[in-house]
Ligand binder design. Structure first.
Ligand SMILES: [Fe+2]
Ligand SMILES: [Fe+2]
Length: 319
């Protein structure tokens, strides 16, 4: 089936900031990062699903990252940006994520929850748009995009996107902090991407809490099947990341070792242990502003915490 799910995006973003005050911009940014659920506003909805859906809907930022003034870069900074090995993967990941989320959204009966999924898909489409403006603004050449294909199994497609985001966002949090502190790119450019990274943080919080609720509401007979499916998704993602599953999904790109290579690409010589510790602290910081009743993503931080003593020991040995 051809790619497009042409459901209208639920929240058209403003095309310009004309008439928007600095105070309004700041309030929208704050609302996207600090949120707590007030029960009782959705009397017909399951309170758990209402909390998950409202997290997404009430932290939506209509302004950023939709409207961006691309800063002028000097030649050296532009060359560094062009050399980052991420642009094709990033654009294609956003395009694929949008389609998978919309595809799954159509299977959802609960109106509030479906709206939250549609908004998440809208944000992925917005990320893709931001990236395509960036590549145009700085003259980055992209490969032709593949035809995005709707997943045959929307649940599988959404689980792949959700767990992928849990892995990629965790490492992106650390790399982004590194890019900010290294000064390798002008601060205006780093700040331009700040809301995109925070949106991915909201997405993974939404995903893990939706999944906890979704597992619980499955009939007993289906729970083992869902468990096996999730194991299958993890196995697929691990194989993809170590480069063994290049042909599993058309156009998908493995990004093995990207985090460690990415650290040098954003201009800092840092050992893996220090980078992982930074990812952990950034993960905690970014998700700390949301309702404590929401469970934070735990698998990737748990595995990294487990590996940290070994990584530190390795780092000490190689000094
Ligand atoms: Fe995204
Ligand atoms: Fe996302």
């Amino acid at each position: 089936m051809p790619s497009s799910v042409e459901t209208a995006p639920p929240r058209p973003a403003p095309a310009s900031l004309a008439g928007v005050t600095a105070a309004e911009l700041e309030a929208a940014d704050r609302a996207a990062r600090h949120w707590s659920f007030t029960p009782g506003t959705d009397p017909t909805a399951d309170p758990q699903v209402a909390m998950v859906a409202r997290l997404m809907l009430e932290t939506f930022n209509p302004y950023k990252p939709a409207v961006i003034d691309w800063p002028v870069l000097d030649e050296a900074a532009r060359a560094r940006l062009i050399a980052l090995p991420i642009w094709d993967i990033a654009v294609q990941t956003e395009g694929r994520a949008r389609l998978r989320i919309l595809s799954f959204a159509r299977t959802i009966q609960d109106k509030l929850l479906r709206e939250a999924f549609e908004l998440m898909a809208f944000e992925e489409g917005r990320h893709k748009e931001v990236l395509s403006h960036l590549v145009q603004a700085y003259g980055i050449q992209l490969e032709p995009e593949p035809l995005y294909v709707e997943p045959k199994d929307p649940e599988w497609g959404f689980l792949v996107t959700g767990f992928s985001e849990c892995i990629d966002s965790f490492f992106a949090f650390g790399l982004f902090a590194l890019a900010r502190r290294s000064g390798f790119f002008p601060p205006e450019l780093v700040e331009t991407f700040e809301p995109v990274i925070q949106e991915e943080g909201r997405h993974i919080l939404f995903f893990v809490n939706w999944l906890a609720w979704y597992k619980r509401r499955q009939p007993l007979w289906r729970r083992p099947w869902l468990f096996l499916k999730i194991l299958g998704v993890w196995s697929y993602l691990i194989r993809e990341r170590i480069g063994l599953a290049k042909d599993v999904s058309a156009g998908e790109k493995e990004n093995a070792n990207f985090t460690v290579e990415g650290a040098s690409a954003v201009g800092e010589d840092i050992d893996t242990a220090a980078l992982m510790a930074l990812c952990l602290s950034e993960n905690d910081r970014r998700l700390s502003g949301y309702d404590p009743r929401l469970r934070p993503p735990s698998t990737v931080p748990f595995l990294v915490r487990l590996a940290l003593p070994i990584l530190r020991w390795q780092a000490r040995r190689s000094r």
